[in-house]
Ligand binder design. Structure first.
Ligand code: ATP
Length: 368
């Protein structure tokens, strides 16, 4: 278990009750403003002492109020990256990075400077001063500095929140690479559904200081009801796929998922590259018959596995498509009219706009 939390905390009028366990390589703490994400991350990092409870990271007890255990922040071996990079302005990038090492005992310094610099693509910045870096570059250096302290866990508290969409898009591939190739698990604070859909392997949902759900990213993102303030617009299924081929003449790329093939706008990725596709529930239409003579390029066959109970106008219908799980948001009237029920074979028409470019791609710019 990477993180095991069971705690209660009170600050002013705010009450936080958090209980979850995560094995995720990248655990997202998701929730609206004021839900308690930063408070929770600060408790894990040792900046706040919880009123009661336990925090374990990789099997090590960091806090246990019953047993009087509270490991101070500098002994936790937890790296921290904040919303603003907080680099030392009087040190160049190389010395900022090396600063990360100072507090790690020499025999425990295993992080490879060149490997981390390569992973984050900051080799060409080493002699630059922080004031000359873009926001995205600064955050990559801050992440590198945190990793060079050989942390057991890296906490990222909305590290992209102050960046514009272009800078965010520039930094996502590096976080994905750390997630997939690095050996330090991460906790990311975020209130963006597209961001967690792209990056998270495990999601903890917070609302008003309560953990309302936790689980694998693909399980959690299916449930629109968990994201009441974002609305159901963003929820849907995460599907892993590979680039099968490019159709240059049409400017298209064909992806292969367990559910079948998916055609999207041309992606700058090599054949064989893996991508993660988010299929939003509101962008899926169900049909009992195989649809013909339609302009939609993406139709997947599946079997209804569940229909969520709901009193609202729409319900979530979950499909099993060759092992991939899809969710369609369907009106209750349509459920009745079409006689939808578990076990029924259906066809899912995916509107082409459902392929959210932000959720596509785990390739580095170098591969493009
Ligand atoms: N020192 C404090 N004393 C009293 N209340 C506090 C203190 N710090 C934070 N709070 C309150 O605790 C609640 C949770 O704050 P927190 O910063 O953890 O939320 P958040 O989910 O990280 O929000 P955001 O996304 O806006 O950063 C808020 O209502 C906040 O006003």
């Amino acid at each position: 278990m990477i993180i095991d939390v069971d705690l209660h905390h009170e600050q002013g009028d705010f009450r936080l009750d958090a209980r979850f366990r995560s094995e995720g390589r990248l655990t997202a703490l998701f929730g609206p403003s004021g839900s308690g994400k930063t408070t929770l991350v600060n408790i894990i990092g040792g900046l706040i002492r919880p009123s009661a409870g336990r925090v374990c990271v990789k099997g090590r007890v960091l806090v246990d109020t019953q047993q009087g255990i509270f490991v101070p922040r500098h002994r936790r071996r937890i790296g921290y990256v904040f919303q603003e990079a907080r680099l030392f302005p009087h040190l160049n990038v190389r010395r900022n990075l090396l600063f990360g090492r100072w507090f790690t005992p020499r025999r425990e310094q295993i992080a490879d400077f060149d490997a981390i610099v390569g992973l984050l693509g900051i080799g060409h910045l080493l002699s630059r001063w922080p004031s000359t870096l873009s926001g995205g570059e600064r955050q990559r250096v801050a992440i590198g500095r945190a990793l060079l302290s050989d942390p057991h866990l890296l906490l990222l508290d909305e590290p992209l929140a102050s960046l514009d969409e272009d800078r965010k898009a520039e930094i996502y591939p590096y976080i994905e690479r750390l997630r997939d190739e690095g050996n330090v698990p991460m906790v990311l604070v975020s209130h963006s559904v597209p961001e967690i859909a792209r990056l998270a392997t495990f999601i903890v949902v917070l609302n008003d200081g309560q953990v309302t759900a936790f689980g694998s990213a693909s399980d959690i993102l299916k449930h629109a009801r968990l994201f009441p303030r974002t609305g159901p617009a963003e929820t849907g299924a995460l599907v892993e796929a590979r680039v099968l081929r490019h159709e240059e003449a049409y400017g298209l790329t064909v992806l292969q998922a367990a559910a079948g093939t998916l055609t999207v706008s041309r992606l700058d990725l090599p054949v064989g590259a893996s991508v993660r596709v988010r299929l939003r529930a509101r962008d899926i239409i169900l049909s009992l018959d195989p649809p013909e003579r339609l302009s939609a390029l993406n139709v997947l066959a599946g079997v209804i596995s569940a229909i969520e109970e709901s009193f609202g106008a729409s319900v979530d219908v979950t499909l099993d498509c060759g092992g991939d799980s899809l969710v369609a948001s369907v009106t209750r009237k349509s459920v009745e009219r079409l006689g939808l029920k578990p076990g029924l074979p259906v066809h899912a028409l995916i509107k082409s706009i459902a392929f959210d470019r932000e959720a596509l791609g785990s390739a580095m710019p170098g591969n493009m």
